[in-house]
Design a binder for this molecule. Structure first.
Ligand code: GAR
Length: 190
């Protein structure tokens, strides 16, 4: 059985979409563990509830942070690593070690609204301020540049006239929950 490791900082609803996909047998894999950089994140609570091993890594020093992650990954030996709302940059040494094995989900149609500072509601506010008529989400491979790795798949959503960053974020998040399991399945089959 293929092994997944998920990295998440926030509420973990995308992590939950992966758990649900596995429980519904739509994804043929197991989750070896969750890595979170926040104490008591929503993602960690979900891991606890589903008896999935998790570690909280909160080192401020980037090298120590990266070393701790590598140590844990050596132990779990994943086939695919999924960044599901992970807000710290993954070091180049991890990217090189797991070339084309790390994917990230981002709440915009990259390359638009990606890179440093574009996360959470900032992304959706920028889309609305620009007057864009559509937005969406992207799953891409992770390389050394923030949000710039090869795009694997995207899902579009309409921007509505009365949208606020919050209402748009909710619609995009729903699309993320469909897109992420689809991409994981595709990659595991390829
Ligand atoms: C998601 O919208 C994800 O695309 C975004 O964080 C949210 C996490 O939600 N990621 C980024 O902005 C990465 N640059 P979740 O914790 O409910 O899955």
């Amino acid at each position: 059985m293929k092994k997944l490791v998920v990295f998440a900082s926030g509420s973990g609803s995308n992590f939950q979409a992966i758990i649900d996909g596995i429980e519904k047998k739509e994804i043929n894999a197991q989750i070896s563990g969750l890595i979170t950089d926040r104490q008591e994140s929503g993602a960690a609570a979900r891991a606890k509830k589903h008896q999935i091993p998790f570690v909280e890594i909160q080192e401020k020093n980037p090298d120590q942070f990266s070393n701790k992650i590598i140590e844990q990954l050596n132990d779990w030996n994943p086939d695919l690593i999924i960044l599901a709302g992970f807000l710290r940059k993954v070091s180049d040494s991890i990217v090189h070690r797991y070339q084309n094995m790390i994917i990230n989900i981002h709440p915009s149609l990259l390359p638009k609204y990606g890179g440093k500072g574009f996360h959470g509601l900032n992304v959706h506010k920028a889309v609305i301020d620009a007057g864009d008529l559509e937005s969406g989400c992207t799953v891409h491979f992770v390389n050394e540049e923030y949000d710039r790795g090869e795009i694997i798949m995207q899902k579009r959503v309409d921007v509505r006239e009365n949208d606020t960053p919050t209402t748009l974020a909710a619609r995009v998040l729903k699309a993320e929950h469909k897109l992420l399991p689809t991409v994981i399945n595709k990659l595991l089959k390829d």
